[in-house]
Design a protein around this ligand. Structure first.
Ligand SMILES: *Cc1c(COP(=O)(O)O)cnc(C)c1O
Length: 379
């Protein structure tokens, strides 16, 4: 039997044709018609004025923070429950990350605690240069509880939408909130350019300044003239072609992930102690993209641990993973300040992300269900 991956890239003949076109056109540099078209298509899809194609989502976060003046002597408040890339982008600028715990119900940042953290820091005289929120596992944060309060406090919001392309909140797409947002097209995300990202904003000056920094900050003169430290962050035309092909199939891929999620809910939700993190149809005015279907195992109701379930699946060559280990518990951020309520630690201890890729066949899903049920019945 073949290995079942957590979130495998979903590539078809459409992708082959787009990439072949890029190669045959001779545009294999980090510039070209596919890059321009990809930026336009993503901006239109998300409903923002500007988009900048980059080599990674992390690069997009980094450039967004730089534009907002984040640097040494300031802090950025962000969720503890996230992938390290969110916090690394803060560290690149020389600013300090301050972590905020999760809402245990959906693993996204706790809005109340986030505002408390901001107010505490500001009252202490700390320069909070930005807040970064993360739309975790393809579900947006509760922007109704976060966006306006931050606006009132004059603190810019950056949206890490790396996992949330295709999700929406109150009719607005993930990636359209805050002063700027980042998407990721890494290999395991909902769609991929094999590696890449996009910076999004309605502020075209922000996009153009980031474009300049992303190409080694070259002055517009006939020789190489530099007045700023730049970066080499642009996406290649070949990879942009791959991205455009994926974008034509995005809705199909999201539907498949949704169907996979529904199959898991139907087959596993009745087991004692198993809870699905909300994902599909759980909010009237929002839609998740169902990137990764995630369950938690309540230790009061089942003796099977997250570790044990992941091991049982691995024995059958099925890849499942723990949720992100919180940033406040990471050795590299040991010195960072954190506002905690215990939720992210608990989610890390008890959570399992199940194979969720759009390439999964019905038989694959059945195999995961079969092994998972067998493991969970040992409680
Ligand atoms: C994947 C991811 C990123 C980084 O994206 P890359 O394109 O891999 O640099 C950032 N934040 C979150 C939450 C992610 O899941």
């Amino acid at each position: 039997m073949s290995r079942i991956f957590l979130s495998k890239a979903d590539v078809t003949q459409v992708e082959e044709e787009f990439v072949l076109d890029a190669v045959r056109s001779g545009w294999v540099a980090p510039l070209g018609p596919h890059v321009d078209a990809f930026e336009g298509e993503i901006a239109a899809r998300i409903g923002v004025a500007g988009a900048l194609a980059l080599s990674s989502g992390t690069a997009a976060l980094h450039l967004a923070l730089l534009h907002l003046g984040v640097g040494p002597g300031s802090v950025v408040v962000l969720p503890s429950m996230t992938f390290a890339a969110s916090a690394n982008a803060v560290a690149y600028t020389g600013a300090e990350p301050v972590f905020v715990d999760a809402d245990v119900s959906d693993a996204n940042v706790d809005p109340q605690l986030l505002l408390e953290a901001v107010d505490t820091l500001v009252a202490e005289g700390t320069h909070v240069a930005a807040v970064m929120v993360v739309d975790l596992f393809g579900r947006t944060v509760d922007y109704a509880a976060i966006a306006d309060p931050l606006l009132q406090r004059g603190i810019p919001l950056v949206e890490d939408a790396a996992e949330a392309l295709g999700a929406s909140f109150e009719g607005r797409c993930a990636g359209s909130f805050g002063r700027a947002a980042a998407l990721s097209f890494n290999g395991n995300k909902i769609m991929t350019t094999s590696g890449g990202g996009m910076l999004l904003s309605d502020d075209l000056e922000l996009i153009e300044k980031a474009r300049y920094l992303s190409t080694q900050a070259r002055q517009p003169v006939p020789w190489y003239e530099h007045t700023d430290i730049g970066y080499n962050y642009r996406l290649s035309n070949v990879l942009a072609a791959l991205g455009r092909a994926q974008l034509t199939r995005l809705d199909t891929m999201i539907s498949r992930r949704r169907a996979v999620r529904r199959a898991y809910v139907e087959a596993l939700a009745d087991l004692p102690g198993v809870r699905f993190l909300p994902g599909d149809g759980s909010r009237p005015d929002a839609e998740d993209n169902c990137w990764l279907t995630t369950i938690t195992l309540d230790p009061d109701q089942t003796s099977v641990t997250a570790d044990a379930l992941i091991k049982a699946l691995a024995e059958d060559d099925i890849e499942a993973r723990h949720l992100w280990k919180p940033m406040h518990a990471q050795p590299v951020f040991a010195g960072a300040r954190a506002f905690l309520n215990g939720s992210s630690d608990r989610l890390f201890r008890t959570g399992v992300t199940l194979p969720s890729g759009s390439v999964l066949s019905d038989a694959d899903v059945e195999r995961v269900v079969h092994v998972a049920r067998a493991a969970l019945d040992h409680s």
